[in-house]
Design a protein around this ligand. Structure first.
Ligand SMILES: *Cc1c(COP(=O)(O)O)cnc(C)c1O
Length: 419
């Protein structure tokens, strides 16, 4: 038993696993109170892009905190938010003309869904069916869970989750089934499709080809179904390009961003929308107002961090760093492929993943926690999804650090598959 009263997320306190006390972070390394230096191989749950404590982001936060800490955003504005909106318009697809701020990836998804339903209602063609992909993850609020995969994580809330149309994941060789299911769902007056482009994150780092995403967008356009891209994980270079959608030449109607939006320093999210979505809410009729807000919408300190992130993207060779890491990941995962116990090695951009098991999946239920402990003992922050081990480091990670991560994974595969 610990003396702390803190209830941690996705943590079963009954198992009494150690909860390290982190005192600092710089680049790709975390420092703990007991003097350990831990490599952050998962970017602190997929948020840290450039590295912890990027000086420009730290400075922007400090300066903004002195100037203006917080202000209501309904009917008021401030320079950091305007900076972010201008910066986004420069680098995001031109079609996404409007920027709505919120606080987390889940909220950006809720906002996207509400925008889609508002769009249809305000055009007096109410539609409410949302099409989703099998194994998707879009967050942990009720709406976000409704459009995500159902399972152990949300069984208690299942009765409250709304109905959706689910299309199968386009696994290799079964892509046409996904497209056919989407076509069928679209014919039944769907309001929108929401999808994680190119890779499903929490669902197990499942990668699918860009041409499938292109086809999905084409089917939605043909049936006037809104295309919502949840790029909360995939944006900001994670898959090798600023947005994953770029690789499929797809521009969504609505785009969800968070995680790397502030370089991973402070919570902020936004939902970008096309002019048609905005137009449907723009009216002299107050009933058409977009009714969504939270207390800290577009917090100035968080916006200053996002503006600094955008400046880093404009002025530093971020995509070169991404390409270097992507190359390193590909080399490492190819080498790992020959290790016994390693299955389905795969990589997209800066994300690499594989499964570890004895080939029969016999340890599925408890392999995850054992792997977690194995990596923790080696001062590595890796957090397998079941028996799926993935590596998603900050872009500043150095070669010897990556090598340490992969040596540990190879050792884990040998150790656990031999049992
Ligand atoms: C993490 C994630 C979310 C939820 O973001 P939070 O900030 O944790 O609420 C939504 N969608 C995707 C694809 C994610 O990876």
């Amino acid at each position: 038993m610990t003396s702390s009263s803190i209830w941690h997320p996705f943590t079963q306190h009954g198992l009494e696993e150690p909860i390290p006390l982190v005192t600092g972070a710089k680049g790709a390394v975390l420092t703990t109170a007991d003097g350990r230096e831990v490599i952050d191989a998962i970017s602190s749950w997929w948020v840290t892009t450039h590295g912890h404590g990027h000086p420009r982001i730290v400075q922007a936060i400090a300066e903004q905190a002195q100037r203006l800490d917080q202000i209501i955003f309904a009917g008021w504005t401030h320079e950091p938010a305007e900076d972010v909106a201008r910066g986004l318009r420069q680098i995001m697809p031109a079609r996404l003309t409007r920027v709505f701020f919120s606080d987390s990836g889940s909220t950006s998804v809720e906002v996207a869904l509400k925008m889609a339903l508002g769009f249809w209602l305000n055009r007096s063609e109410p539609r409410h069916r949302i099409v989703v992909m099998e194994h998707s993850y879009h967050g942990d609020t009720i709406g976000a869970m409704s459009v995500g995969a159902r399972g152990a994580f949300n069984r208690a809330y299942e009765p409250l989750l709304f109905d959706v149309a689910t299309i199968p994941f386009p696994s290799a060789g079964n892509e046409q089934a996904t497209l056919d299911a989407l076509e069928a769902a679209c014919r039944e007056d769907a309001a929108a499709l929401i999808v994680e482009p190119l890779i499903l994150g929490a669902g197990g780092m499942l990668i699918y080809p860009a041409w499938v995403l292109s086809e999905m967008a084409r089917i939605c356009a043909r049936h006037d179904v809104l295309f919502i891209a949840d790029e909360v994980m995939t944006a900001w270079g994670r898959t090798g390009t600023l947005l994953a959608c770029e690789q499929a030449q797809v521009v969504p109607d609505i785009l969800c961003l968070s995680k790397g939006l502030t370089g991973g320093s402070i919570p902020l999210a936004l939902t970008m929308a096309s002019e048609a979505i905005w137009d449907a809410h723009y009216s002299q009729d107050r009933a058409h107002t977009f009714f969504h807000s939270s207390s800290y919408t577009a917090n100035p300190i968080a916006c200053a961090a996002a503006a600094a992130n955008l400046a880093i993207w404009r002025e530093e060779p971020v995509l070169e760093r991404v390409a270097r890491l992507a190359h390193e990941q590909r080399c490492q995962i190819e080498r790992l492929a020959s290790v016994p116990g390693v299955h389905h090695p795969r990589v997209i951009g800066t994300i690499a993943a594989c499964e570890i098991d004895d080939g029969e999946g016999a340890y599925l239920s408890d392999l995850g926690p054992r792997l977690l402990a194995f990596f923790r003992e080696r001062d590595l922050l890796l957090r397998p999804l079941g028996n799926t081990v993935y590596v998603m480091p900050p872009y500043c990670i150095e070669q010897p650090q990556i090598e340490r991560i992969y040596e540990a994974i190879a050792r884990a595969a040998r150790a656990f598959s031999a049992i």
